[in-house]
Design a protein around this ligand. Structure first.
Ligand SMILES: C[S@@+](CC[C@H](N)C(=O)[O-])C[C@H]1O[C@@H](n2cnc3c(N)ncnc32)[C@H](O)[C@@H]1O
Length: 257
């Protein structure tokens, strides 16, 4: 089972984050590229929670995801909302879109699904080409802090309309040498007496601050503007060091090639 094959459940498990993320995306647009269009691109849209929220806020949204079920669920929800968005099946490491965007975003570790340096670089190059000059890319993922437990476990619960969804994220394998960890995601949904559980293992690439800095320097079209974290405070700007755990990088598409 791939948890991404159940985009409705996945979306609900992260529902509590939607408003804070959307406030941050909106603020970054207003701060860094207010004169550009309100065209935004979401990369790895899952069940579409952020596509729905950003269209509700008046942005023209295009979204891509590799998983066909995520794409059709997002399209279904957009149709049902009476709004419009372009939602396409595409690989984030090799896509090309006809229009250019003021802002692109890819939050919550999706980027770490790209397991090689080559795929990660290709991804950043695709995004840079998709942005208008001066446009920004918000890229959020966990860096490896020096005090990280290699075999860690994190759990949270979302309560909504009589339903409880508990998400557990457990690191099963970890290799600093290969820069890969294997992580098990389990989602347990309980309503009254009924409960069901889905789980899947994903391999994710590991980044330390230096490793990300090196990757970024190999993509000259992008420059680092600001570093925030998962608190999504638009005025934060942290130094890019290994002290940082969860990072949101604000990257700008340079105005000259
Ligand atoms: C961690 S989920 C995030 C979903 C959504 N952004 C959210 O926050 O609820 C990662 C998403 O990225 C998609 N994904 C994984 N690898 C991808 C790739 N190479 N290209 C495009 N999408 C990918 C998955 O199908 C999944 O929907």
């Amino acid at each position: 089972m791939d948890c991404y094959d159940d985009p409705v459940l996945w979306d609900r498990a992260f529902a509590d984050e939607t408003t804070a993320e959307a406030d941050f995306i909106t603020a970054m647009h207003d701060i860094h590229c207010p004169a550009l269009t309100r065209q935004v691109l979401e990369i790895g849209c899952g069940g579409g929670r952020q596509v729905l929220e950003m269209t509700r806020r008046g942005f023209a949204v295009t979204a891509i995801d590799l998983n066909a079920k995520c794409v059709s669920e997002t399209q279904r929800r957009i149709r049902r909302s009476g709004r419009t968005a372009r939602v396409l099946q595409a690989d984030m490491s090799q896509f090309e879109l006809p229009q250019k965007f003021a802002l692109a975003h890819c939050l919550v570790n999706t980027f770490r699904h790209l397991l090689s340096e080559h795929a990660a670089r290709q991804h950043l190059e695709c995004v840079a080409r998709a942005l208008l000059p001066g446009g920004v890319y918000l890229l959020g993922f966990h860096l490896l802090p020096p005090d990280a437990l290699e075999l860690d476990c994190e759990r949270w619960t979302v309560l909504r309309r009589g339903e409880r969804i508990t998400t557990t994220v457990r690191v099963l394998e970890f290799s600093r040498r290969k820069r890969i960890e294997r992580v098990r995601f389990s989602l347990c949904q309980t309503r009254g007496e009924n409960s069901r559980r889905i789980a899947a293992d994903y391999r994710l690439r590991i980044y330390k601050a230096d490793q990300f800095r090196r990757l970024l320097s190999s993509v000259p079209l992008l420059e680092l503007l600001q570093v925030c974290d998962f608190c999504y405070e638009p005025t934060d700007n942290f130094p890019l060091t290994d002290e940082l755990g969860d990072a949101v990088f604000v990257l700008r598409r340079r105005t000259t090639d």
